[in-house]
Design a protein around this ligand. Structure first.
Ligand code: MF3
Ligand code: CO
Length: 269
């Protein structure tokens, strides 16, 4: 992979922000649809509907032949699970990973959601993985280095007794979903590439209840924990600015038809 990292202008980040708002809505609507009995393909359809409403397209569908709109990864599945007929059951946890393209710009984010009531162990793993992402984001500021992000994620995860997946990492993002640099969820603070304004990256910690090892299923996509232990995944796309990291995959302004409904009657077209 090329080492050339492209820094983004404010205008380019604004385009990514629009993609990010749609990704946020995909994850919110998919999360709201999660309950026992729902299939992972049902979630994929919800995500596809959100993209259609906004005239956006999936970053994932067709990527190296990937066959779905989103990834859904259940329990010991770490990432890249393919939506299908599997029905979610009470006590499962499901990772939902979504990406959108708007005007050629990508945004990518993921959440892990409990299905009904889950074990204390599962709930704690989810909470810590979300916190690890927040720590990683906080470390993504100008004058830090990439190793500071990995160290922030890893130190929290390991202090709580979890392991950090090493075979898959976060990434630069922009005109392509995956750009340099790689953004590991482990590392040494003060090491690695300097973080500068205009850098756009996806930080995506994957934490396992057991060991960090991974295995690829026969479908060629689904990555599971080698030891069968539970795994959780959270991800945000962010832009580094002089003022600090700005998360791009958050809810956006009301969409156009809602804005139209809010305008005074005389102002409607
Ligand atoms: N968010 C995932 C990643 O950064 C993208 C899914 S890979 C795909 O690796 F093949 F499904 F697109
Ligand atoms: Co990603």
């Amino acid at each position: 992979m090329s080492e050339l990292v492209t820094l983004k202008t404010g205008k380019q980040v604004e385009s990514m922000r629009r993609a990010g708002a749609i990704v946020s809505e995909m994850l919110a609507r998919c999360s709201a649809a999660v309950r026992p009995g729902v299939t992972t393909l049902d979630l994929d359809r919800v995500a596809a509907a959100v993209l259609r409403e906004h005239g956006a397209t999936s970053s994932f569908l067709g990527y190296y032949g990937y066959p779905a709109t989103i990834c859904t990864s259940v329990n010991e599945e770490i990432v890249h699970g393919i939506p299908g007929k599997r029905r979610l059951r009470e006590g499962d946890i499901v990772g939902i990973d979504a990406g959108a393209i708007v005007d050629g710009w990508h945004a990518d984010a993921a959440v892990t959601v409990p299905v009904g009531e889950v074990s204390r162990a599962a709930a704690d793993l989810i909470r810590t993985t979300r916190e690890a992402l927040e720590r990683g984001i906080a470390a993504a500021k100008a004058r830090n280095r990439l190793g500071d992000i990995g160290a922030a994620v890893q130190s929290l995860a390991e202090a709580r007794g979890y392991s950090v997946v090493r075979n898959y990492v976060g990434h630069g993002i922009g005109r392509a979903m995956h750009e340099p640099p790689q953004v590991p969820n482990y590392g040494v603070s003060g090491q690695g590439r300097p973080i500068t304004a205009g850098l756009c990256i996806a930080i995506e910690p994957m934490l396992n209840l057991g060991k960090p090892g991974t295995r690829l299923l026969e479908d060629g996509w689904t990555v599971v924990t080698a030891d069968g232990s539970l795994s959780a995944h959270f991800e945000h796309t962010l832009a580094v600015t002089a003022e600090g990291p700005v998360v791009l995959t958050l809810p956006g302004a009301p969409i156009e038809r809602e804005r139209a409904a809010l305008r005074p009657a005389g102002a409607r077209r």
